[in-house]
Design a protein around this ligand. Structure first.
Ligand SMILES: [Zn+2]
Length: 131
């Protein structure tokens, strides 16, 4: 499987991601490596907090707590149903931890199909009791 960073500076930004987000991404990479997915592309990692806020967004990409990815399988991009399934898996495997949001959103607005994956300090692998 290929892992691609659209912006070369995002390689450095990836290193700064909070550990809880890296854990989710490791899980995703292992999952995709076992499936037929050929390519995981990080389309956006870091976006400056103030610029994001000025656009009316949460700014989470400026806090090293979120990434955007697209996935290709068998030479074509995941369709919406594939992304929805992947989001369901991630949200089943992980708990965001604030009682209202989820770790993965597959229906972002504005910028086309992708997965938005986010974490916070409280994000963790779902336990038996939380199933
Ligand atoms: Zn995002």
């Amino acid at each position: 499987m290929q892992i691609i960073f659209v912006k070369h500076t995002d390689l450095d930004h990836y290193e700064k991601l909070i550990p809880q987000l890296k854990e989710i991404l490791s899980w995703l990479v292992i999952y995709l490596a076992k499936s037929k997915a050929m390519r995981l592309i990080f389309t956006s990692i870091y976006r400056p907090y103030d610029e994001e806020r000025a656009k009316g967004r949460s700014g989470i990409h400026g806090l090293y707590r979120a990434v955007d990815v697209v996935i290709y399988e068998d030479g074509r991009e995941f369709d919406q149903a594939d992304y929805d399934r992947m989001a369901y898996l991630l949200n089943t495997a992980f708990v965001y931890g604030d009682g209202k949001h989820q770790v993965c959103v597959s229906f972002p607005h504005g910028t086309g199909k992708h997965l938005h994956i986010q974490a916070r300090k409280e994000t963790h692998k779902r336990t038996e009791e939380e199933m």
